[in-house]
Unconditional design. Structure first.
Ligand code: UD1
Ligand code: PEP
Length: 420
């Protein structure tokens, strides 16, 4: 595990370019095994999740090459094989191989995924989707066995109990090559879902309704990549740099963003009193003046993302009144709270799982641990605002999903160092 050393208390300035979205590429890579030809992506973030997905591909005899933000995946010699459980457990999105392998071979054997420690993360809705398509699903010793080889994979109707990004994408991956028509109700509408559908349709899939509550899929037998697919900008990384810019910036331009994907976040910043300059694909954050406390309730897209609640917390510590965060998606997602308290933040969790943030004096640097990716982002921003040195341990959790973070921070004149 690596460690990050931060010398806090300096104002930051300049510009930063947002990379491709983690939650987009981690679905696109498993989806690429459905193709009958090599697939190319650009604007691929250099994050540990991508490298671990490449290891999983390799175990299936799928070659991949990654350099300079360009990734090629060649699934033409794919073989069914045992997937490496260490890599599978290193990230959440390895569960997309369930849907992708089911679509490709009509069966899949995949261990339970890993990912962030943010409270219970069941996969019952994914399983419900596979069963609705005719698969039999069993679980033994932490491994999920999904099999539709006896009667084939057939289109069906899927009704989700709750809106789930992962279950929606897994259902799409499985149904794309199933026999007949599938309708999926109560689906997630995140931009990453709209993009994966556009990637699959571009290869010959027949999927409509992405971005609405119901997706309809007419199965096809062959997919072939015709174009290089560009990964969409990471709206969570953008929210992280927006937070940093408000917390400690003297004028920061955030480039390569889709402002529409950020509306819930930028609206909250405006409500706090931040005067953002929102352009077509960039946002300028001037030095902030007085900030007001706000109430935040996380929700599925287009609501305020759960993945933003921790990065925005150090900004709320600098407000002139109390703020309250209610995470409806992951009510127990609070790994940053104790660590921020160690730095002197006035922050607490109530019995009913609200995070209450009071105006706090200047934080002080100390050693804290990045319990998960967004808690880690929160601590990095806090460390940049704090007096003295902050050591963030367990930074592999941050490197799972933040592209070139040290380079980007030093580009903004931060004093940050990664110790491997
Ligand atoms: C790789 C990826 O894209 N990760 C994102 C994805 O995770 P992920 O896809 O795992 O999250 P979901 O959208 O599935 O989870 C939403 C809610 O549904 C619940 N649920 C989900 C599936 C299921 O079968 N049963 C069930 O009860 C979850 O516990 C959670 O409370 O969406 C989350 C919510 O926006 C984000 O925080 C993650 O960054
Ligand atoms: C929860 C997250 O990631 P994952 O689903 O990959 O664990 C996240 O990106 O904030």
């Amino acid at each position: 595990m690596s460690t990050m050393k931060i010398q806090g208390g300096h104002r930051l300035y300049g510009d930063v370019t947002i990379g491709g979205a983690k939650n987009n590429i981690v679905a696109l890579i498993p989806a690429s095994i459905l193709s009958d030809t090599p697939v190319k992506f650009e604007m691929v973030p250099d994050i540990l999740d991508v490298h671990n997905l490449m290891l999983i591909l390799q175990s299936m005899n799928v070659s991949s090459e990654f350099s300079d933000g360009k990734l090629t995946v060649n699934p033409t010699n794919i073989k069914e094989s045992r997937l490496p459980s260490k890599a599978i457990k290193s990230l959440r999105a390895s569960y997309y191989f369930m849907g992708a392998l089911l679509g490709k071979f009509h069966r899949a054997v995949v261990s339970f995924p890993g990912g962030d420690n943010i409270g219970p993360r069941p996969i019952d809705q994914h399983i419900r989707a596979f069963e609705a398509l005719g698969a039999q699903v069993t679980e033994k010793n932490g491994t999920v066995y999904i099999d539709a080889t006896s009667n084939g994979l057939k289109g069906g109707s899927i009704f989700f109990d709750m809106v789930s990004v992962g279950a929606t994408i897994n259902a799409i991956l499985a149904a794309t090559k199933a026999d007949g028509v599938t309708t999926i109700h109560n689906v997630a509408k995140e931009p990453e879902i709209v993009d994966i559908v556009s990637f699959l349709n571009d290869m010959g899939a027949n999927i409509s309704g992405a971005g609405t509550d119901v997706i309809r899929i007419e199965g096809v037998s062959r997919l072939a990549a015709n174009h290089i697919h560009t990964v969409i900008p990471d709206r969570i990384e953008a929210g992280t740099y927006l937070s940093l810019a408000v917390a400690v910036g003297d004028g920061i331009l955030i480039k390569n963003v889709i402002p529409d994907h950020l509306q819930a976040f930028t609206n909250k910043l405006s409500e706090m009193g931040v005067q953002l300059e929102i352009n077509e694909n960039s946002i300028y954050v001037p030095k902030s003046q007085k900030l007001h406390g706000v109430k935040i309730t996380t929700a599925p897209f287009p609501g305020f993302a759960t993945d933003w609640q921790q990065p925005i917390t150090p900004v709320l510590l600098g407000a002139d009144s109390e703020s309250i965060i209610k995470d409806t998606i992951y009510p127990k997602r609070k790994m940053h709270v104790g660590q921020l308290s160690e730095m002197g933040a006035k922050i607490r969790v109530t019995d009913d799982n609200l995070i209450v943030i009071d105006p706090s004096d200047q934080l002080r640097g100390t050693t804290v641990s990045a319990g998960e990716i967004r808690a880690g982002a929160s601590l990095v921003i806090a460390g940049l605002t704090a007096k003295g040195e902050t050591i963030v341990t367990n930074t592999d959790n941050i490197l799972r999903g933040y592209d070139n973070i040290v380079k980007k921070l030093t580009g903004l004149h931060a004093e940050v160092e990664l110790i491997k």
